[in-house]
Design a protein around this ligand. Structure first.
Ligand code: ADP
Length: 517
């Protein structure tokens, strides 16, 4: 669209039709809540994926402030067959940021709907709007001296519980599996209906945030990582702040220790001796979150040699693997569990325990302890400085919590990344029985050659892992279709059937998780 006044247009929509739709959006939301200029759209195009920004440029951004406005938006979108991409806090870095999955989609930015609707300190529940950030919620709890604890992913201060849970993000506390802790959703459907899950549809109900299942089918999961509705309210559970919080680290010296680490931790995790989502972080992850840059050691391109990684370990006092976990409870509970943990490590004959007293104020221990105790921070953004250049794509295959499986995944990932001249910067987040193996594919996005390499590398990671029976739990917006295929044709057909029934014009985020009409 060389001479268009728009940065992009929705597929199949003429400029004249789009002008008309923009007029209607302005009438419904107010002209200043409808953005189309290059200057206003730029913040919504800051992708980190190895594809051209043009492929993900929106045609406009709408800032809604109420459920009624969201309903008005879907009505207009249906009338003009304009696709709309909802975001909440829009910080989905490395997964697509705030940009839509397809060029020309309108971004519906819900950040101005940012009310904390309810926090119940007795039942330990909350109900929030999409724009509420973790920092905002944390400040609210602190200001009101409420004895409750949050769980969040690493860019915690600026991201929010609703958006993170919609994309099934994870955190580092005992409540780290965020979707598991979600309870009650309000969703605007493509036809404009406002649907409440669980107990939410019952007149006079008081149990929406405490009982998930309601009556009949429980549909909450269907709205996550999908495009069947726009979530306008979400309830979730908060952990009571424990009297004692005891974070600790266990450092392991060798790359090959990963298998043993997982075997040591799994029983403690499943039995809830260690109740939180433990992290097992590799050297380069921990080094870069603490402001180590590759250029401090090397100026030549390519994969960082093992000898340099060894040197970084020595210089920065890091293990090959760095385990972060915590105990929560009364002094008596923590004492008993601490003995079990320390005895287990002693028996294993490897692994050096570091306590908070020993670590003092040093990083990365400090920010890890903050994440495990529900204090927001932005320390992990240091990852992006490892190579610089703004390129980052999360490769996040799921694994069993089994040593042999995790070891195999590390070797496979490292060999593919290194072959392409990139580094293994990875960590495992331990669920009860599963692992989110999270690898940050970091590259220089300002270098067109490296963009190509990173894209090829990411594709190969997906292909080779799939051959071994592994698939990712979440992926950036450039690879939605590819990953949907890993999960088989029956699932795709069912999802399309639902999409056609719920959204016959295909206006809600077509392409999200590969789902379209
Ligand atoms: P965060 O800032 O916590 O990472 P985002 O607001 O970027 O969260 O949301 C992550 C993804 O979840 C978005 O890209 C979008 O696909 C989906 N999403 C976010 N908010 C909503 C919503 N209110 N309704 C439906 N899907 C949403």
């Amino acid at each position: 669209m060389m001479n268009s006044k728009y940065q992009a247009l929705p597929k199949g929509v003429s400029e004249a039709q789009f002008d008309e739709a923009i007029g209607q959006f302005a009438a419904a939301l107010g002209a200043d809540q409808v953005l189309t200029s290059a200057e206003h759209l730029t913040p919504y195009t800051k992708i980190m994926m190895a594809v051209d920004t043009a492929e993900h440029t929106p045609s406009a951004v709408l800032l809604a402030t109420s459920v009624e406005q969201v309903q008005a938006v879907v009505r207009i979108c249906n009338a003009y067959k304009i696709p709309v991409w909802p975001i909440s806090t829009g910080r989905n870095f490395g997964y697509g940021s705030a940009a839509p999955v397809e060029r020309g989609q309108i971004v519906l930015d819900l950040k101005k709907m940012n009310k904390i609707l309810h926090v119940d300190t007795e039942l330990c529940t909350a109900l929030v709007e999409p724009g509420v950030t973790y920092q905002q919620l944390y400040d609210y709890l602190e200001e009101n001296k409420l004895p409750l604890m949050l769980s969040f992913s690493a860019p915690s201060a600026i991201a929010g519980p609703l958006g993170n849970t919609m994309d099934r993000g994870v955190g580092y506390t005992p409540y780290g599996e965020h979707f598991l802790m979600q309870c009650g959703m309000e969703v605007v459907l493509a036809n404009g209906d406002v649907y409440r899950t669980g107990m939410g549809g019952v007149k006079g109900d008081k149990a929406w945030q405490v009982f998930k299942w309601g009556f009949g089918p429980t549909l909450d999961g269907m709205f996550t990582q999908s495009n069947y509705g726009i979530c306008t309210k979400m309830g979730f559970w908060l952990m009571p702040k424990p009297p004692v919080f005891k974070p600790f680290e266990i450092k392991f010296d060798n790359d090959d220790d990963i298998g043993d680490i997982v075997e040591l931790l799994r029983p403690l995790r499943i039995a809830q001796i260690i109740p939180n989502a433990v992290v097992i972080a590799g050297t380069l992850w921990e080094a870069s979150t603490c402001n180590t840059r590759r250029s401090d050691y090397l100026t030549t391109p390519g994969a960082t040699p093992d000898s340099v990684i060894q040197q970084i370990r020595k210089d920065k006092n890091l293990g090959a693997w760095n385990v972060y976990a915590a105990l929560y409870g009364t002094p008596e509970q923590v004492e008993v569990n601490w003995k079990i943990v320390t005895d287990t490590i002693k028996r294993a004959g490897k692994g050096k325990i570091v306590t908070q007293e020993e670590a003092g104020d040093t990083q990365p221990f400090k920010y890890r302890a903050q994440l495990m105790s529900g204090v927001p921070n932005l320390q992990e953004f240091g990852l992006y400085n490892w190579r610089g250049g703004g390129g980052s794509m999360w490769f996040a295959p799921v694994s069993q919590a089994r040593g042999s499986e995790c070891g195999k995944q590390v070797q496979l990932a490292k060999s593919i990344l290194n072959k392409h001249g990139l580094d293994y910067v990875g960590e495992f987040i331990v669920g009860w029985r599963d692992m989110h193996h999270v690898i940050d594919v970091l590259y220089d996005r300002s270098n067109p050659e490296e963009m190509k390499v990173a894209h090829a590398c990411f594709s190969e990671l997906l292909d080779e892992f799939e051959k071994q029976g592994y698939a990712v739990y979440r992926v950036n917006t450039a690879f939605q279709e590819r990953v949907a295929n890993s999960y088989g044709p029956v699932k795709r057909k069912l999802e399309q059937t639902l999409k056609r029934a719920l959204d016959p014009n295909g206006i809600l985020a077509p392409g999200k998780s590969g789902i379209r009409i």
